[in-house]
Design a protein around this ligand. Structure first.
Ligand SMILES: Nc1nc2c(ncn2[C@@H]2O[C@H](COP(=O)(O)OP(=O)(O)OP(=O)(O)O)[C@@H](O)[C@H]2O)c(=O)[nH]1
Ligand SMILES: [Mg+2]
Length: 446
């Protein structure tokens, strides 16, 4: 995600592994590297300076723990400080009276209209709210149509007034409609400009006055780094924002905005856009962001994604099975079918860098049918792992499922790998925090 910055951190961390003790000199050098890496990633200058000052103070003030190496302590302090800088915890939406209003603002092309739809979709699917999308961008003739198309996709009503030139009037009408028809949340999409101008600000202020929003979210593109942060601060001064949404994190993103926007505006980052599709949207989590910046993968969002598809009771049962090492072929089939529903398994695993290449576990519909046929061709005892799958049994399974012996061997291998990987999952992140090279050992086992 943050390419170069993450590489620089990883490089520094692996060099710090060999440091036996910290002294003023090597701490200063390490901290200087962090500072340069942050500035290169377009982090606000004063944010970067005060960040490294804090890191240095913490390292010098930290009790020397015998059990933890200096390098590990350094990584853990940088991680902790990054999390704190980005707000420590997830920040929820303040939605109170009915209807609650969310006003989206920001410069042109940063993703306001798309995030309006993403937010509406999240609120209706996950929070069971009834949102109304409002087209207050009357600058671009196609803007209302864009919102309507998105609304149709997600089954959310879009309010617009054909031929109306004044967005304030549209906003007023929308509020009337929302109150009358019992909408829970009103999400107002507004016009963007290339640069901040007075006219835009006046218009936004008026829309804000008539809608009295609970949330005014500034939509910033992560590709613009510090510029986005400066613009956010100006919007905050002139309009008053309650938080930000960071978009385009899937592309050539720079970490600058993610790291500094909260510190500069003193308003939390609430959501992040990670792609063009409506579902490419998630709550901003400072821990997950710090993990991604430092190259520790995105275990938090991986688990969240998985949980959306696997109900809690089932996942708890599965976890207990893992702990007891009683994971069976039946469970394997169940898991594979869930994983399949989650989308590309490979894509999900990419969130955890350094994880073994699990190409064998990435499968097409046809491969999944074969897997199902093979497991169904096994006896009950075999599926429970009570009978070892020796060659004669494997040949029988191959015949019974119409697959080759090679397929059966691959299936058994895949099962064993998943079983082992799942057992290690909770430990992985902990280990990784201590040793960035930890994951590399798996690569060599390919
Ligand atoms: N890759 C990527 N593209 C995104 C994301 N969010 C939005 N887009 C795309 O970015 C382009 C601009 O998004 P819009 O939502 O139209 O931006 P806007 O701020 O409403 O633009 P204006 O109305 O012109 O001010 C569209 O092509 C979106 O599909 C994201 O998180 N990642
Ligand atoms: Mg728009």
């Amino acid at each position: 995600m943050f390419g170069q910055l993450t590489e620089k951190f990883q490089d520094l961390f692996s060099r710090l592994k060999s440091v036996k003790t910290f002294d003023e000199d090597n701490i200063s050098k390490a901290v200087k590297e962090v500072r340069l890496a942050l500035l290169d990633a377009d982090v606000n200058f004063s944010v970067a300076s005060s960040f490294i000052k804090k890191v240095k103070e913490k390292i010098l003030g930290e009790e020397v723990l015998k059990s933890v190496s200096p390098g590990d302590q350094f990584i853990s302090i940088v991680h902790k400080e990054l999390v704190e800088l980005m707000g420590s915890e997830e920040s929820s939406l303040h939605l109170s009276s009915y209807p609650s209003v969310i006003l989206l603002c920001g410069l042109q092309g940063n993703g306001k209209t798309t995030q309006a739809a993403k937010l509406a979709s999240m609120l209706s699917l996950e929070k069971e709210k009834k949102p109304l999308l409002v087209a207050c961008d009357l600058q671009r003739p196609a803007a209302a149509l864009q919102l309507k198309t998105l609304g149709q996709q997600i089954n959310v009503e879009v309010f617009s007034v054909e031929g109306e030139k004044n967005p304030v009037k549209v906003a007023k009408e929308a509020m009337k409609k929302a109150k009358k028809e019992g909408f829970d949340v009103v999400i107002v999409d507004t016009a963007g400009r290339l640069h901040i101008d007075d006219e835009l600000m006046k218009e936004l202020k008026k829309i804000k006055d008539v809608t009295e929003p609970h949330e005014v979210l500034f939509v910033a593109s992560a590709t613009t780094g510090q510029d986005a942060v400066k613009t956010a601060a100006e919007f905050d001064q002139k309009i008053g924002i309650t938080g930000s949404i960071l978009t385009m994190l899937d592309g050539n993103a720079r970490a600058g905005a993610a790291i500094s926007i909260k510190e500069v505006t003193k308003k939390p980052l609430k959501f992040e856009g990670i792609g063009e599709r409506v579902q490419d949207f998630q709550v901003f989590n400072p821990h997950s962001m710090a993990d991604r910046i430092l190259g520790m993968g995105d275990v938090i969002n991986l688990v969240k994604k998985a949980q959306k598809h696997i109900d809690e009771k089932e996942s708890l049962e599965m976890e207990q099975k893992m702990l007891k090492a009683s994971f069976t072929y039946d469970d394997y089939l169940k898991q594979m079918s869930k994983i399949k529903k989650m989308g590309s398994f490979k894509g999900l695993l990419k969130m955890i860098p350094g994880l073994p290449s699990l190409d064998q576990l990435d499968f097409s519909d046809k491969e999944f049918s074969r897997l199902e046929a093979m497991i169904l061709a096994m006896t009950k005892r075999e599926r429970l792992g009570l009978d070892e799958l020796l060659p004669p049994r494997r040949r029988r399974i191959a015949r019974g499922s119409g697959c080759s012996i090679d397929d059966v061997n691959k299936m058994v291998k895949g099962f064993k790998r998943l079983k082992q990987m799942m057992k290690q999952m909770p430990k992985m992140k902990k280990k990784f925090l201590k040793d960035p090279n930890f994951m590399k050992q798996f690569d060599s086992k390919k």
